[in-house]
Design a protein around this ligand. Structure first.
Ligand code: HXC
Length: 258
């Protein structure tokens, strides 16, 4: 991984092709301010083209993120609120060409939970507290939450969470589909899963993600066309030949991302 990245609100380390991004504003429970979001934006641009990084994990020590920084929002005008929006960065993360996993401890609220929703997979500690308390501030989730949450868990369950502003944790979050699994040490689990994904064929992962992401946006005919084009395109990759030859030769495939 390149070493020229300098950040003040996030910390990035690379372990065996997995980049781990730690949100790092512990005094405010990792509340997301514009500087942090700008740094995330820049980091994802760099990680996208870093050949040494195959999977990204986002986490926060003790807390994932207790939402957007409220102290930055109180006096915003509508125009300023529009520029404060995290949506371009969150869309970038949702469409990132490599898998992204959220490891959630403590609070993941509001914009923090919206960030987790942009990840491909969410692993939470049983005691992690997740929800969308914006309604108690006189607003509603504005960084993709009203769009991604219903697509993930269904409209009425999303409405209940967003209308009440209540938090869920543990088995309740799992049952809702808000998280994919629970683990006492979610970061360790996320890194383990990321390690597995780092050994898979990167282009196949990237295109599978694109196809699955488009499933929520397009009709079935269009979706299956997108799938057919992406899938057949894989037969131009070195990794497709390698994967199938390795199977026939009864050895483990080594994928190079070409
Ligand atoms: C700014 C925050 C913050 C936030 C916590 N802090 N959340 N500061 N923005 N979102 C700060 C507190 O002010 C406090 O600072 C310190 O972190 C510790 O928090 P406490 O409240 O003392 O901790 P606790 O009593 O354990 O309560 C934790 C909590 C509570 C339940 C998470 O902090 C809380 O309700 N936070 C706000 C959650 C929220 O409404 N999130 C949604 C934001 S709107 P001091 O200096 O007093 O120690 C949003 C919009 C997204 O996310 C769209 C964006 C475009």
């Amino acid at each position: 991984m390149k070493t020229n990245m300098s950040y003040e609100n996030i910390i990035i380390r690379n372990e065996n092709s997995v980049a781990i991004i730690n949100l790092d504003r512990p005094k405010s429970l990792n509340a997301l301010n514009s500087e942090l979001i700008d740094e995330l934006d820049r980091a994802f641009d760099e990680l996208a083209v870093d050949p040494e990084v195959r999977v990204v994990v986002i986490t926060g020590e003790k807390n994932f993120a207790a939402g957007a920084d409220i102290t930055n929002m109180v006096e915003l005008s509508p125009d300023e609120a529009r520029s404060f929006a995290f949506t371009p960065t969150f869309n970038k993360i949702a469409n990132f060409p490599k898998p992204v996993i959220a490891a959630i401890e403590g609070f993941a609220l509001g914009g923090g939970m919206e960030l987790a929703l942009c990840c491909d997979i969410r692993i939470a500690a049983p005691g992690a507290k997740m929800g969308f308390p914006e309604i108690n501030l006189g607003i509603f989730p504005g960084a993709g939450g009203t769009q991604r949450l219903p697509r993930l868990i269904g409209a009425s369950k999303a409405k209940k969470l967003i209308f009440t502003g209540s938090m869920v944790e543990g088995e309740a979050a799992l049952e809702l589909g808000l998280v994919d699994s629970l683990a006492d040490n979610p970061l360790e689990e996320a890194v383990k899963l990321a390690g597995k994904l780092a050994g898979k064929a990167p282009i196949a992962l990237k295109l599978a993600k694109e196809c699955i992401n488009s499933a929520g946006d397009v009709d079935l005919q269009t979706g299956t066309k997108i799938e057919a084009i992406s899938w057949s395109g894989l037969f131009a990759t070195v990794d497709q030949r390698e994967g199938m030859r390795a199977f026939i030769e009864k050895r483990k495939a080594v994928f190079v991302g070409k």
